[in-house]
Design a protein around this ligand. Structure first.
Ligand SMILES: C[S@@+](CC[C@H](N)C(=O)[O-])C[C@H]1O[C@@H](n2cnc3c(N)ncnc32)[C@H](O)[C@@H]1O
Length: 225
C-alpha cells in the first residue's frame, strides 16, 4: 500500500479513510449503476471498441470502487484490472469479481510502468481530485499509456459559468466521513487533458436521470499515436 507523503497529500488520506468507511454501503447502493443508464453503457462500449481496435489492453479501471466497471469491460473482452485508493473497496472488488485483479493505488502516483496500458477508464473518481492536482493525474495517465492508448473519464459536471464548485461531506450512508467533491466542467477537464498532450476525441453531457442531481460528463481522449 502507498504511504501518505509529499506525493500523497492530505486530501488523498481523507478520501481513502472516507471510502474505507463507506465502501460496503457504496457497493450495496451503486454496484449496478451501469445497468441503469444505456448511454453510460454505450460510452463504455465505445471505449472498449476503440481500445480493441488499437490493439487491446491492458486497461486500468482507476478508482474502480467495487469493481463493476472492470467486470463490464471484462465481459466486453477487454483485459482489465482495477486500482483504488481504498483498501476496503479493493477487498470488496476482489470478493465480487474473483477472476479479476485489483490493487490499492492512487491516480496521483501510479505504481505502473511507462507505456504499458492500452486504456484507462476513470468513472466518478476524478471528482475527488482538486483542479490543481489534475495536471499530475493526467501526466500520470500520459506516462502509463501506450501511444494511441485511450482514456475515458466520467464525472458529475460542474456548471459552465460557476467557479470550481466544491462540496464537503461530513456524513454519508449514516457514517462520519470527511470527503471532498470537486465538480469539474468538461471544458476545464478538456483543457487539462490537452496540456498533458492527451487529445480530446469525444465530449458528452448527459442530463441527470432519476435521483441524480447533476449532469454526467463523459470525456474520451487518447495519447498521440
Ligand atoms: C464515487 S466512487 C466510484 C467507484 C466506481 N468507479 C463507480 O463508478 O462506481 C469513487 C472511487 O474513487 C476512488 N478514488 C478516489 N480518489 C482516488 C485516487 N486518487 N486514486 C484512486 N482511486 C481514487 C475512491 O476510493 C472510490 O472507490
Amino acid at each position: 500500500m502507498q504511504s501518505v507523503s509529499a506525493e500523497n497529500p492530505e486530501f488523498i488520506r481523507a478520501t481513502r479513510i472516507s471510502y474505507d468507511t463507506i465502501a460496503d454501503a457504496y457497493a450495496e447502493r451503486f454496484s449496478d449503476w451501469l445497468g441503469v443508464h444505456p448511454t453510460d453503457r454505450a460510452l463504455l462500449g465505445a471505449f472498449a471498441e476503440l481500445v480493441t481496435a488499437r490493439g487491446g489492453g491492458p486497461v486500468a479501471d482507476i478508482g474502480c470502487g467495487p469493481g463493476q466497471v472492470s467486470a463490464a469491460l471484462d465481459v466486453l473482452g477487454v483485459p482489465v484490472f482495477g486500482v483504488d485508493l481504498s483498501p476496503r473497496m479493493v477487498e470488496l472488488a476482489r470478493r465480487a469479481h474473483p477472476g479479476l485483479r485489483f490493487h490499492v493505488g492512487s491516480m496521483t502516483s501510479l505504481d505502473l510502468p511507462n507505456e504499458t496500458l492500452g486504456g484507462i477508464v476513470a468513472l466518478y473518481s476524478v471528482i475527488h481530485v482538486p483542479d490543481g492536482h489534475l495536471p499530475t493525474v493526467f501526466a500520470e495517465f500520459h506516462r502509463v499509456l501506450v501511444p494511441g492508448g485511450h482514456v475515458l473519464l466520467g464525472f458529475q459536471s460542474g456548471s459552465p459559468e460557476g467557479d470550481e464548485e466544491h462540496l464537503h461531506l461530513t456524513e454519508r450512508f449514516g457514517h462520519e466521513i470527511s470527503l471532498d467533491y470537486f465538480w469539474h466542467t468538461p471544458d476545464a477537464v478538456a483543457a487539462h487533458l490537452a496540456k498533458a498532450d492527451l487529445q480530446l476525441q469525444t465530449r458528452v453531457l448527459r442530463e441527470p436521470a432519476g435521483e441524480e442531481k447533476r449532469p454526467r460528463a463523459f470525456v474520451l481522449a487518447r495519447k498521440r499515436p
